[in-house]
Design a protein around this ligand. Structure first.
Ligand SMILES: *[C@@H]1O[C@H](CO)[C@@H](O)[C@H](O)[C@H]1NC(C)=O
Ligand SMILES: *[C@@H]1O[C@H](CO)[C@@H](O)[C@H](O)[C@H]1NC(C)=O
Ligand SMILES: [Ca+2]
Ligand SMILES: [Ca+2]
Length: 211
């Protein structure tokens, strides 16, 4: 698969290194086909099965087609977890099974300044994406359990901080308590909806990303 897994830790790192957020440009969404029946719409944490074609905006060259390349199968991914391009996480919300969209993604939400493979640096890319299937995603319970060190089914700030520390080490960054604490505050601001100081499984699994 050609999609670049974007590591959220690294983009969070950027925020703390430069002390500011990247300006978040918009993803342009055009609906090409909407099915008559729509039982439910994709939301953060769902598993999506898609077929897609990717084009360079600059000259319309197709750089990937899931129907023609690789094993020719559609691909599964979890929405909103940065498993795929950020532009996909933003552009494939509220989508019905059978719906087809044209999603235009600026470089910062796609392959960045560097580009990747056939994609030149700083490319705006266009995806033609068809949602083949949709199911409840885990926003992985395993992942939750891995972070929940004392098995009380909620995540404390300390547990999230421990997790960040491990992730940073895994990616070769020295742990930095000041950074980690600021990141934890940021995470809890978004995820601890009832502000009880813990992220519950419900808050974890059903959290909605703001568009
Ligand atoms: C389109 O642009 C890409 C990247 O710059 C280049 O590799 C490709 O040859 C171009 N295709 C055409 C048809 O001009
Ligand atoms: C840790 O983070 C703080 C706050 O961002 C920063 O001022 C400090 O230089 C960092 N320390 C190390 C060792 O990177
Ligand atoms: Ca816990
Ligand atoms: Ca809570």
């Amino acid at each position: 698969m050609i999609l670049l897994p974007v590591c959220s830790i690294l983009s969070s790192l950027f925020v703390f290194v430069t002390g500011r957020k990247l300006p978040e440009p918009e993803v342009k969404i055009e609906v090409l086909h909407k099915p008559l029946m729509c039982y439910r719409k994709s939301k953060y944490g769902d598993m999506l099965l898609v077929h897609y074609k990717g084009f360079l905006e600059s000259n319309g060259t197709m750089f990937h087609s899931s129907r023609e390349h690789g094993d020719k199968n559609p691909v599964w991914f979890t929405l909103g977890l940065r498993e795929v391009l950020k532009g996909w996480d933003k552009g494939l919300q509220n989508m019905c099974t059978g719906e087809r969209r044209k999603v235009t993604i600026p470089p910062s939400l796609a392959y960045g300044k560097e580009g990747k493979g056939k994609i030149p640096p700083s490319s705006t890319v266009i995806f033609d994406i068809e949602l083949m299937d949709l199911k409840n995603g885990p926003r992985s319970h395993e992942f939750f359990q891995e972070m929940d060190l004392n098995d009380d089914w909620k995540l404390s700030k300390e547990e999230v901080k421990e997790y960040l520390k491990k992730e940073f080490e895994k990616h070769g960054y020295p742990p930095n308590d000041t950074h980690h604490e600021a990141m934890v505050e940021d995470i809890f601001k978004n995820e601890d909806e009832d502000k009880d100081g813990f992220i519950s499984t419900r808050e974890f699994v059903f959290q909605h990303d703001e568009l």
